[in-house]
Ligand binder design. Structure first.
Ligand code: AMP
Ligand code: MG
Length: 293
């Protein structure tokens, strides 16, 4: 398996068809660590090119249930990327100011600009996930949002944003193991909140909401990927492979853009040099004409 499972546009996702425990038989944690190291380096190089070419931006949307490892994935996969070219945004319960606007307002303003990698830890998809599961707005309001999201992402893509959306697919039992393990660990216990246990009661509703979001909002220009996430080492590897294989497709284009820009700059420099020489001569001539020594 080269990368995460891509959701083809128009497909009808049933999450039970995807095994959260999946690992491919040719990989083990040690091999994965070595490959991740290589991919991390390559990602760093691709990010430099993306920044220098300054034409595209990259948006990576990370979604998944509590403890599925969104923050850890960011840490593990992007550790080799220059922090200067990277922005991580987390989306929490909206503030009252944010709620005074449409649901995309707070999102659009923090999308990455040209040359920048933007990582969303949660995203506008919360507005068809937690909002739907808890009826935070009426159904007629959230059901319109899938189309609004597709239009929004289409707009971003039209402005040269490369968009990848990753759903970290973890099982119900694995979540329980992780919550219990965190609670037992003195320095991790702070991570667990009552809300995490309370949200588990809505597991099936969340899975259904995810299925609908993945089915309705996977498009060619902003595809969803399902990442089997029970095994953390495999999850990291698949996320890294997916990012790198997407960016590799642009490498030649970015390099060509850089060469072209370099040539333009050299031409300008040559012209400037020519002007400077002429300018110097003109200066000397006018000084002579005025009898200056
Ligand atoms: P965490 O990611 O653990 O820091 O938690 C952030 C919390 O904010 C989660 O419980 C999300 O469900 C919640 N959240 C994020 N976006 C929204 C939203 N648009 N509406 C309501 N709750 C949200
Ligand atoms: Mg949480």
């Amino acid at each position: 398996m080269q990368g995460a499972w891509k959701v083809e546009a128009g497909s009808n996702v049933k999450l039970q068809d995807y095994d959260p425990d999946y690992v491919d038989e040719h990989t083990d944690p040690a091999l994965a660590r070595a490959e991740l190291e290589q991919l991390g380096k390559e990602l760093g190089e691709l990010q430099e090119l993306l920044a220098a070419a300054h034409h595209h931006s990259l948006l990576v949307v990370l979604q998944g249930m509590d403890t599925s490892g969104k923050a850890d994935t960011i840490h593990q996969v992007l550790s080799r990327v220059n922090p200067q070219g990277c922005e991580v945004r987390s989306f929490k319960v909206p503030t009252s100011r944010e709620l005074d606007h449409d649901f995309l307002w707070r999102v659009h303003r923090v999308t990455p600009g040209r040359g920048v990698i933007g990582i969303f830890n949660r995203s506008h998809y919360e507005d068809v996930l937690v909002v739907r599961v808890h009826n935070l707005v009426p159904q007629e309001a959230w059901s319109r949002r899938y189309a609004a999201i597709n239009d929004f992402e289409h707009l971003l893509a039209q402005h040269d944003m490369i968009i990848l959306k990753l759903y970290l697919h973890m099982s119900y039992d694995e979540q329980e193991r992780r919550l219990l393990a965190q609670q037992k660990n003195q320095t991790d216990a702070w991570k667990v909140t009552i809300a995490d246990w309370a949200e588990r009661k809505y597991w099936d509703d969340y899975q259904e909401a995810y299925e609908e979001a993945l089915s309705k909002c996977s498009t060619d220009e902003a595809p969803w990927y399902i990442v089997p996430a029970n095994q953390k080492w495999y999850r990291n590897l698949l996320v890294a492979r997916t990012l790198v294989s997407t960016l590799r497709q642009y490498k030649d284009e970015w390099e060509a853009q850089l060469v072209e820009r370099g040539e333009r700059e050299l031409l300008l420099l040559a012209q400037l040099g020519h002007l400077e020489q002429t300018g110097n001569r003109e200066n000397k001539r006018s000084k002579k004409a005025h009898g200056a020594t």
